[in-house]
Design a protein around this ligand. Structure first.
Ligand code: BGC
Length: 950
C-alpha cells in the first residue's frame, strides 16, 4: 500500500483536471499555460479534512464569461476523503453579489434543499436572467450522514447578450473580397497589397467605468487590442462553425485596459475559416460571400449603472496592415516595414486612413461561444538544429504538434526570412519534406523591419509540424531563433495512463498529442495538409478515447450543432462538419452515424441528458432518412458516398475489403439500439419501444444476409473484380460489437475472428472502423490474450510499429511511409481509438453498462503478460476514478483503486475469492467463472491477488 498509494495519489494529482500543458513541453510551458494551470485551486482529494463541493461549473465551463443559456446547467463534485462518501442533498444559491450567498439571503434564486445525489448538470430554475450580468453562485451539500457541509467558495458566471439586440453594425475595410494572392516576389511581399486590414476607433471615456466588456464576432477572424494591449487569449476567433447558419460571438473583460480620457479599440481582420480556401474545392468563401467583416460592442458600465456603448460603425477607420496574406493552409506573409507603431493607441494620427463601409449582416444566428477558445497551450524549444545547405536551417522540435513558430531575428531592413513547416524529412534525413501536405503551402514569411531584435508569430494560420526549415535568416540562427508554439482549443486534460512498458506509454502520449493537434474548435482529421476538416467517422471512433483524455462535454455540444447545421432537408447527416457540400457528402455509414453515436457517448460520459434532447429531432430525422430507402432493413449502398472501413492495412483499396452494405447495416442497427436507450432516457417510452423493434428487425435482416450457420460473418465484396465472399476481421468485429450475431453463434464468430488474426501472423487487417472496436470485442469474448498480443505487436501493421519507427503522433495509415503521399498524414487520431481499450480494459476504468455520468463505476483491471504495472486515472464528472495494478516480487498482483464520492463501484478481479485479500469495506458480491466481484463505495481500496494467477 505504502508503495502504491503515493503512486496513486501522484497519478490522481490533486483531483482536478490538468489544463492543457502537454508533458514533454511542460518544462517550458508558456506563461499563459502556467497561469491557467495555477488558476482556481481545488483541494487535494486525498487530503481534505471535511466534505465540500469543488469544481463548480456552469454549462461545463469554469466561470464562463458571456454565455447565452437562459437556464444554465450547474455541476460540481463532492470532495470527501471518507470511504462511502455520498451527497444526500444539495441546495443551490444564486445571487447578485457573493455576500448574498446564504440561505434566506440569495436575491436571485434559492433552489431549496433537494434530497438527491445529483451533481451533474442541474438546471437553473429561478426567475429569468438579465443579459450581460454577472451572477454569483454556490452549492451547499449534505453528506452521507445528512450533516450540512459548508457551502462551496462562491463561483460565478456572466450572461451574454442573450435576447438583447446589437447596436453595432457590421463593418468591413472595403466591400472587396480579400485578395489572398500572395504577392511575394524576389523583392519581397508587395507593399501595397493590404489584404488584412487594421481597423480602429478612438473614443473618450468621461469618468471611471467599473466594468468594461467587449462582445465581438467576425465573418473571418479577428485579433483585438485596447490601448495597445491585446484582448483575450483566443486566436482564430470566432470558432469555426457552419457560418451559413451559425456564428458565435466572444465576450472579453477589458476593464483593466480602459482608462479615463482618450482610448482606442483596434482590430486586425483576417480570413479565418470563413474566407480561407477550405476542403477539396480550394474555393475561398465556402460559407458565404465576401468581404470579411467585424461586429463589435465595447460596453462601459459606470458606478451609477449608466452604460455607454462603443459599437462598430462607420466612425471606424481602416488601413492596410503588415499582414499581406494569411490563410489557414498556406501560412502568413508579414512585412514588418509596414507596421504603424501606435496604431492601436490614442494619439495616433489616422487622417490618412480611410473610412470603413457598413456591410450586410449575415443571415446566420449569432450566439455566444460556450467553449474555451483556440489558444496557445505550450512552447517547445527545438531539440536539434542543423544546416542541410548553405543558408538553410532545419529546427526539430522532437514532437509533432499543431500550432506555429515564433521567430526571433535581428537583421537588415527588408531581409526576408521564410519558415516552411513539415512533419517529415526527405529520405536523406536532412531536408524537410512537404510532400504530404498536398497543396497546403504551410509557409510563414517575415520581412525584417531592421534595427533591434524582432519577434514574429503569425496571426491567422496554423500548421501541423515537427520540423521548421528557415531560409533567408540574416547570419546564423541561434537555438532561440525558433520556438514551437503549441495551440488548440484549450480543454482540460482529464486522463493519465502509465505502464511498465515505455512503448505503450509512448503510444498513449502519441494519442494525446494527436488529440491536442486536432481540436481546433472542430475535431479535425489532421492539422497539416489542405484538409483539416471535421470528418465524422474519425471523430466517432475516437470520441470515447477523447473523452477519457480531455473534457469533451462543451466541445462536443458545440460540434454537434455544426453537425445538425449540416444535415440535409431529407435528414441526411453530413460526412464532415461544418459542412459545405450538403447532399454531395452525407450519409456515409460509420461517418454520418456520428450524429447519433456522439450524443450517446457524451450523455454517458458526462451524465447530461440535455445533449440527447438537443439532438433528438435531428437524430430521428436521420433514422427516418435511412429507413425510408431501405424497407427490407438492409442498408444498401445508395447514392451516398461510402468510405467503407477506411484505410485498412494490406488492401489496395482505401475503403478496404469489407462489404459496404454489411458495414452500413451494422451501423444502422447500432444507431437504432442507441436511439432506444436515448428515447428511454428522455422518457419517450413508445419511441424507445419502436427503436427497439427497429433494432431487432435490422439484426434479423443482418443475420440472414451475413451470418452463416457456422458463425462466419461476411458477404461478397460488392466490386466487379471480387465476387467471392469476404470474411474480414472488420465484418466480425462490427457484427460482434453491435450485438448482431445470435448468442448461440457468438463464441464461434469470435473463434473465426481469432483464426483470421492468427492467419495474418497475429496482425490486423482492419481500417478506421474495425480497428476502433477490435480489442474490446476480443476482451469481451474472453480473448484478452489475443488483445494483448495485438497491442504489443511491433511488426507492420500494428500500433507499436509506428512507435518503433519514431512516431510522436498517430499516423493516418498503418504504414505511414508509402502509398499515395498526399494521404500520409502523421497526425490523424482515428487509429488512436485504441486508447479506449487502454483505459477501459487494460487499466479497467469503466462504467457499468447502465451507468450514466459515472454513478456506477466498474473497475476490471487486466494484468497482461509481460507487463509489470499499469496505472491510470480519469477525472470524471464525479471526481477522480483511478486504478493501478502491479506485480510484486512474490508473484502476487496488487490492485489499488479510487472511487470518487457520490459513486459506487464494482471491482472485478480475475481470481477466485479465496486467493484475494480484499480491503476492509470491500464486500464480495459474486464469484462468476473464476472471478471475484466486490462492491465498494467511494474511497481508496487495495486488493492483493495471490499467485498462481490465472
Ligand atoms: C480524411 C479522413 C476522412 C476521409 C473520409 C480523408 O481525406 O483525412 O480521415 O475520414 O477522408 O474517407
Amino acid at each position: 500500500m505504502f508503495i502504491l498509494l503515493p503512486l496513486v495519489v501522484a497519478l490522481l494529482g490533486d483531483g482536478r483536471p490538468r489544463q492543457s500543458a502537454p508533458s514533454p513541453a511542460r518544462a517550458v510551458a508558456s506563461g499563459a499555460a502556467r497561469a491557467r494551470a495555477g488558476g482556481a485551486k481545488e483541494p487535494l482529494v486525498a487530503r481534505v479534512s471535511a466534505a465540500r463541493a469543488v469544481a463548480l461549473r456552469v454549462e461545463h465551463l469554469q466561470t464562463p464569461l458571456g454565455i447565452d443559456a437562459a437556464r444554465p446547467r450547474f455541476s460540481w463534485q463532492m470532495a470527501d476523503p471518507r470511504r462511502g462518501a455520498r451527497q444526500t442533498a444539495y441546495r443551490l444559491l444564486v445571487a447578485t453579489a457573493p455576500e448574498l450567498l446564504a440561505p434566506g439571503k440569495a436575491d436571485v434564486w434559492d433552489g431549496g434543499i433537494v434530497v438527491a445525489d445529483s451533481s451533474v448538470d442541474v438546471t437553473y430554475a429561478g426567475p429569468p436572467l438579465a443579459w450581460r450580468h454577472r451572477y454569483y453562485w454556490t452549492v451547499c451539500l449534505r453528506d452521507r450522514e445528512g450533516r450540512a457541509v459548508p457551502c462551496a467558495p462562491f463561483s460565478w458566471w456572466e450572461t451574454g447578450k442573450m435576447a438583447e439586440g446589437w447596436r453595432a453594425t457590421w463593418i468591413a475595410a472595403s466591400s472587396a473580397p480579400l485578395d489572398t494572392v500572395a504577392r511575394i516576389g524576389a523583392d519581397g511581399p508587395a507593399a501595397d497589397s493590404g489584404t488584412v486590414p487594421l481597423l480602429r476607433r478612438a473614443f473618450a471615456v468621461h469618468g471611471a467605468p467599473v466594468r468594461a466588456r467587449i462582445y465581438a464576432t467576425a465573418l473571418g477572424s479577428y485579433r483585438l487590442a485596447v490601448n495597445g494591449r491585446s484582448v483575450g487569449r483566443g486566436v482564430l476567433q470566432p470558432d469555426w462553425t457552419d457560418y451559413r447558419y451559425r456564428l458565435t460571438y466572444q465576450a472579453y473583460d477589458v476593464t483593466p485596459l480602459v482608462r479615463r480620457g482618450r482610448n482606442v479599440v483596434g482590430a486586425l481582420l483576417g480570413a479565418g475559416w470563413f474566407a480561407s480556401r477550405m476542403g477539396f474545392s480550394s474555393a475561398r468563401y465556402a460559407y458565404g460571400p465576401a468581404p470579411v467583416r467585424l461586429r463589435l460592442e465595447l460596453v462601459l458600465t459606470y458606478a451609477d449603472g449608466r452604460e455607454e456603448v462603443i459599437p462598430s460603425d462607420t466612425a471606424w477607420r481602416a488601413a492596410p496592415s503588415p499582414v499581406l496574406v494569411s490563410e489557414i493552409y498556406d501560412g502568413e506573409a508579414y512585412d514588418a516595414r509596414l507596421e504603424q507603431p501606435g496604431w492601436d493607441r490614442p494619439g495616433f494620427d489616422d487622417r490618412r486612413w480611410h473610412a470603413v463601409v457598413a456591410v450586410a449582416a449575415p443571415r446566420a444566428t449569432l450566439q455566444s461561444q460556450n467553449l474555451p477558445p483556440v489558444a496557445r497551450l505550450a512552447e517547445i524549444r527545438p531539440r536539434r538544429r542543423w544546416s542541410p545547405a548553405p543558408g538553410t536551417w532545419v529546427f526539430d522540435l522532437g514532437q509533432n504538434v499543431a500550432g506555429w513558430a515564433r521567430l526571433v531575428v535581428r537583421g537588415p531592413r527588408g531581409a526576408q526570412v521564410r519558415m516552411r513547416f513539415a512533419e517529415i524529412l526527405d529520405p536523406d534525413g536532412r531536408n524537410v519534406s512537404q510532400i504530404n501536405l498536398r497543396s497546403a503551402k504551410a509557409t510563414d514569411t517575415y520581412v525584417v523591419r531592421g534595427g533591434s531584435t524582432e519577434r514574429f508569430e503569425p496571426h491567422f494560420t496554423y500548421h501541423g509540424f515537427r520540423y521548421v526549415e528557415v531560409t533567408g535568416f540574416p547570419g546564423v540562427p541561434g537555438p532561440g531563433a525558433v520556438t514551437g508554439i503549441v495551440a488548440g482549443t484549450a480543454l482540460p486534460e482529464t486522463g493519465r495512463l502509465r505502464t511498465s512498458d515505455p512503448s505503450l506509454n509512448r503510444l498513449w502520449e502519441n494519442i494525446v498529442w494527436t488529440q491536442r493537434a486536432n481540436l481546433y474548435s472542430v475535431p479535425t482529421d489532421c492539422p497539416q495538409r489542405d484538409e483539416r476538416m471535421g470528418w465524422m467517422g474519425d471523430a466517432q471512433v475516437f470520441w470515447r478515447t477523447a473523452s477519457y483524455n480531455m473534457d469533451m462535454a462543451a466541445f462536443g455540444e458545440k460540434w454537434l450543432a455544426d453537425v445538425r447545421d449540416g444535415q440535409t432537408a431529407a435528414g441526411c447527416f453530413p460526412n464532415f462538419a461544418p459542412s459545405f457540400l450538403g447532399v454531395l457528402s452525407c450519409g456515409a455509414p460509420g461517418w454520418a452515424d456520428a450524429g447519433v453515436i456522439i450524443p450517446w457517448t457524451l450523455w454517458r460520459h458526462y451524465g447530461d441528458v440535455r445533449v440527447v434532447a438537443e439532438n433528438w429531432d435531428a437524430m430521428q430525422r436521420y433514422l427516418a432518412f435511412i429507413g425510408d430507402s431501405n424497407p427490407d432493413f438492409l442498408w444498401r449502398k445508395g447514392k451516398q458516398v461510402q468510405f467503407g472501413d477506411w484505410l485498412p492495412a494490406g488492401s489496395t483499396r482505401s475503403w478496404g475489403e469489407t462489404n459496404t452494405d454489411l458495414i452500413a447495416t451494422a451501423f444502422w442497427a447500432h444507431d437504432a439500439q442507441l436511439m432506444a436507450q436515448m428515447a428511454a432516457a428522455l422518457g419517450k417510452d413508445s419511441a424507445a419501444a419502436a427503436y427497439g423493434r427497429l433494432a431487432a428487425r435490422i439484426r434479423a435482416a443482418f443475420d440472414s444476409a451475413y451470418v452463416q450457420p457456422d458463425g462466419r460473418a461476411g458477404a461478397p465484396f460488392v466490386n466487379p473484380d471480387s465476387v467471392r465472399t469476404t470474411y474480414t476481421q472488420t465484418g466480425y468485429v462490427l457484427a460482434l460489437h453491435f450485438g448482431l450475431v445470435p448468442d448461440s453463434l457468438r463464441a464461434a464468430a469470435a473463434v473465426h475472428l481469432v483464426d483470421d488474426i492468427a492467419a495474418h501472423g497475429w496482425h490486423l487487417t482492419t481500417g478506421f472502423l474495425g480497428s476502433a472496436y477490435v480489442l474490446p470485442v476480443l476482451s469481451d469474448a474472453g480473448r484478452d490474450s489475443v488483445a494483448f498480443r495485438l497491442l504489443r505487436q511491433t511488426s507492420f501493421p500494428s500500433w507499436l510499429y509506428e512507435v518503433e519507427h519514431g512516431a510522436t503522433t498517430i499516423w493516418e495509415r498503418w504504414n505511414g511511409d508509402h502509398g499515395d503521399p498526399g494521404m500520409n498524414s502523421y497526425s490523424h487520431y482515428a487509429f488512436g481509438a485504441v486508447g479506449e481499450w487502454l483505459y477501459r480494459y487494460l487499466a479497467g476504468i469503466d462504467q457499468d453498462s447502465g451507468s450514466i455520468g459515472w454513478s456506477s463505476v466498474a473497475i476490471r483491471p487486466r494484468w497482461a503478460p509481460g507487463l509489470d504495472s499499469v496505472q491510470a486515472s480519469y477525472h470524471s464528472v464525479r471526481g477522480t476514478v483511478a486504478s493501478a495494478w502491479r506485480r510484486r516480487r512474490d508473484g502476487a498482483v496488487e490492485v489499488t483503486i479510487l472511487v470518487p464520492p457520490n459513486a459506487s463501484a464494482r471491482v472485478v478481479l480475475r481470481a477466485a475469492p479465496a486467493s484475494v485479500a480484499a480491503a476492509p469495506g470491500a464486500r464480495l458480491e459474486a464469484a462468476p467463472d473464476g472471478s471475484a466481484v466486490y462492491a465498494v463505495g467511494a474511497g481508496t481500496y487495495r486488493f492483493v491477488v495471490a499467485p498462481p494467477l490465472p
